[in-house]
Ligand binder design. Structure first.
Ligand code: S6P
Ligand code: ZN
Length: 200
């Protein structure tokens, strides 16, 4: 069966953060409770206003077995304490489903983690392609001072499982360090915060 061309061809407009035929979902600071380590910094920033942290535009499309879906993600620049703005992060409900991220603009990366202790931060910038294997929780982080934009392409039946990673949180955080952005164990960042707090 031949699908009409308007279902086959889409256009990304980076200025308006849209793809033709897509609805966009905004995630604000208030949607990200529990995602940032520095709770005091999170509460203080939220007190100044409920800023948009990121949006995802996903065109409607076929969603059966074998179909692909894709979304345009745009993470705004910003920080909560030393931690850069990020997406909630998820496993796919269909755990084995992999995904490909294509960087369109800005600078940042993907935190990738699995249930077997694998944890890494993979850079994502314009023209980068990152393969996210199946059974891997993934979160996008903007370490730059302009929006980080990317296209994520995944099986249409992948689904999102946010609870699977939210319970314990990602083990790696991406923070502004003395020499620029650095990925470090969440536990170490938390310890540093507690030491600083103790000195106040
Ligand atoms: C979907 C894909 C992306 C994310 C987007 C927002 O599988 O990985 O389109 O949905 O980066 O992240 P999150 O964690 O809020 O869904
Ligand atoms: Zn995904």
């Amino acid at each position: 069966m031949k699908a009409s061309i308007d279902k086959l061809l889409r256009h990304i407009d980076l200025d308006s953060a849209t793809i033709t035929g897509a609805t966009s979902q905004q995630r604000r600071l208030s949607d990200l409770a529990g995602c940032f380590v520095d709770v005091a910094a999170y509460d203080a920033l939220l007190g100044q206003g409920d800023a948009e942290v990121y949006s995802v535009a996903t065109p409607e499309g076929p969603d059966g077995a074998g179909d692909l879906a894709f979304g345009l993600g745009i993470v705004q620049p910003g920080r909560v304490g030393d931690e850069y703005f990020l997406t909630k992060g998820h496993y796919h409900s269909w755990r084995e489903a992999a995904e490909v991220y294509i960087g369109l603009g800005g600078h940042g990366g993907l935190v990738l983690e699995d249930d077997h202790g694998m944890s890494q931060f993979v850079p994502l910038a314009e023209h980068d392609v990152v393969y996210v294997p199946g059974c891997t929780a993934h979160r996008t982080v903007n370490t730059g001072d302009e929006p980080l934009t990317y296209l994520g392409i995944y099986p249409a039946t992948a689904g999102h499982d946010y609870a699977g990673i939210a319970a314990d949180g990602f083990r790696l955080v991406v923070v502004a360090g003395p020499d620029g952005p650095q990925a470090m164990p969440r536990a170490d960042y938390l310890k540093n915060l507690q030491v600083k707090e103790g000195h106040r």
